[in-house]
Design a protein around this ligand. Structure first.
Ligand code: GDP
Length: 374
C-alpha cells in the first residue's frame, strides 16, 4: 500500500517535487522510518513557510464527500469569529443528511466572555436558518484545551462500539488542531495558519478509545476577504489573540474604514445618532474619516494608514472592482463581513452604505454579542 504523509495525507512520492507528497527517495525507501512527513509539511512545521499547492475545489469536495459517506458522524467545525464563512453552503449540503456535531471553535478570541449555553443557543438558531438541526453543539477552544475531552466523551456515549468521525469544515477553522488535541501524542497532523494545508483525508485513531477521526481537506469558502490578500495579511485577519472591539457614535456622512478593505458610510437621517461596536483582529485599523478623505486614501492606496492590505499586496487588491451596498441594521443585529469581522448595533437602526470588494460577502445577522439589557 502506498505510504501517506502523516502531516497532510498526500501519497508520498519522490518523482516530482512540485506535486504533493514529495520526499527524497532515500527517505521514502527507508523502511525503518515510520511516521514520515512530506517535504512541504516539514517546511510548514519547522520553518512556518507557506507552501501553496494546486488542487481544485472539485478535488477537495470529492474527497470530503467520500469521507462523509464512509463515516457514522460528522464533526462540523466552525470558527466562531468567522462564523458566517464557516457556514459554507456547499459543505453544509454535503453533510446535512448525516448526524452532525457542530463544534464551535476559538471562543477564546471573543472579547465578551459569553456563557457556552448562550453561544450554543445562538448557533442552534443559525443552523436552523439552513434547515439543519445538529445532533449536538460543542463549544470549544482547542487552543486552551477547552471542550476537547467533552467531544470524546460524547462520542463514546453515542457510539459505544466506536465512532468513525469525519472532521469537516472550511479552511482555518481548527480541524487539524482539534484532531491533534483529541489524540495528543507525537504523530500530529500539520496545523498551519495557511489555508489548504491538509490535502487528502487522513485517518487518525484515538489512543485508547475505539474512535477514528478523519481529517478532511478544508474548502476555501466563497466571499472571505482574508483570501483576497497576501499570505501575511491573511495571517493578520485570522487572529490568534483576542479580537479588538471599539465603540462608535458617528454622524451621517462620516465613514468608518475597516483597514483598507471595507468603507462603512453612515447615512442615517434621524436626530438620534446610532451607536455600534466594531469587532475585528487587532491588526485591522479602525479609521474614522469623511467620505472624500476615505476615497482619497483608497485612491492613494494609503497602506500605512489603513491596514490590511499591506504594502506588498495593496496594488493587486485595489485592482479589484468595488461595489456599493446599502444595509439597515437594527438594534440587536450585526453586519458581518466574511473573513474580516462585524459591527454590532447598540442603538439603532444603523443605516449604512458599504463599499466592499466585489466577491466579498456581507450579511445582516442576529447579534452574537447582543447589547446588554439593564
Ligand atoms: P484547519 O485548516 O481547519 O485544519 O485549521 P488548523 O487546525 O490548521 O488551524 C488554523 C489556525 O487556527 C492555526 O493558526 C491554529 O493555531 C488556530 N487555531 C485552532 N484552534 C484555535 C483556537 O481554539 N483558538 C485560537 N485562537 N486559534 C486556534
Amino acid at each position: 500500500m502506498a505510504r501517506k504523509c502523516k502531516g497532510c495525507g498526500a501519497v508520498l512520492q519522490s518523482e516530482n517535487e512540485a506535486v504533493p507528497g514529495f520526499i527524497p527517495k532515500s527517505v521514502l525507501e527507508d523502511d525503518t522510518k515510520k511516521d514520515i512527513i512530506c517535504k512541504r509539511c516539514f517546511r510548514i512545521k519547522n520553518y512556518g513557510s507557506y507552501e501553496p499547492v494546486d488542487i481544485t475545489d472539485e478535488d477537495y469536495l470529492k474527497e470530503v464527500k467520500k469521507v462523509v459517506t464512509e463515516s457514522n458522524v460528522v464533526l462540523f467545525i466552525i470558527d466562531l469569529i468567522d462564523f458566517d464563512s464557516s457556514m459554507d453552503k456547499v459543505l453544509l449540503d454535503i453533510v446535512r443528511t448525516r448526524p452532525i456535531i457542530a463544534a464551535v471553535n476559538k471562543i477564546d478570541l471573543l472579547p465578551d466572555k459569553k456563557h457556552p449555553s448562550e453561544i450554543a443557543n445562538w448557533v442552534k438558531k443559525r443552523f436552523a436558518e439552513y434547515n439543519i438541526i445538529p445532533f449536538d453543539i460543542a463549544i470549544l477552544s482547542v487552543k486552551d484545551d477547552y471542550g476537547v475531552n467533552g467531544i470524546v466523551r460524547k462520542l463514546s456515549y453515542l457510539f459505544p462500539d466506536g465512532a468513525k468521525a469525519a472532521v469537516v469544515g472550511v479552511t482555518n477553522v481548527g480541524k487539524s488542531s482539534l484532531i491533534n488535541g483529541i489524540i495528543g501524542g507525537k504523530s500530529k497532523v500539520t496545523v498551519s495558519k495557511y489555508p489548504g494545508t491538509t490535502l487528502k483525508a487522513l485517518s487518525v485513531a484515538h489512543p485508547d478509545k475505539n474512535h477514528i477521526f478523519i481529517d478532511t481537506p478544508g474548502l476555501i469558502p466563497k466571499g472571505r476577504v482574508s483570501d483576497m490578500v497576501c499570505e501575511e495579511c491573511n495571517l493578520k485577519l485570522v487572529p490568534s489573540k483576542e479580537i479588538s472591539r471599539k465603540t462608535f457614535k458617528i454622524k451621517a456622512g462620516k465613514v468608518l474604514m475597516l483597514g483598507g478593505l471595507v468603507n462603512i458610510q453612515i447615512i442615517n437621517t434621524g436626530e438620534v445618532l446610532p451607536i455600534f461596536q466594531a469587532f475585528a483582529a487587532k491588526d485591522v485599523t479602525f479609521h474614522q474619516t469623511n467620505e472624500i478623505r476615505a476615497a482619497e486614501l483608497i485612491e492613494r492606496k494609503a497602506g500605512e494608514f489603513v491596514m490590511p492590505p499591506c504594502e506588498k499586496c495593496r496594488d493587486v487588491f485595489y485592482e479589484r472592482k468595488f461595489e456599493k451596498r446599502r444595509f439597515t441594521v437594527n438594534e440587536g443585529e450585526e453586519l458581518f463581513f466574511k473573513g474580516l469581522g462585524w459591527i454590532s448595533v447598540r442603538r439603532g437602526p444603523l443605516e449604512v452604505e458599504v463599499i466592499l470588494p466585489e466577491g466579498m460577502e456581507a450579511v445582516v445577522r442576529e447579534a452574537l454579542v447582543a447589547p446588554k439589557k439593564y
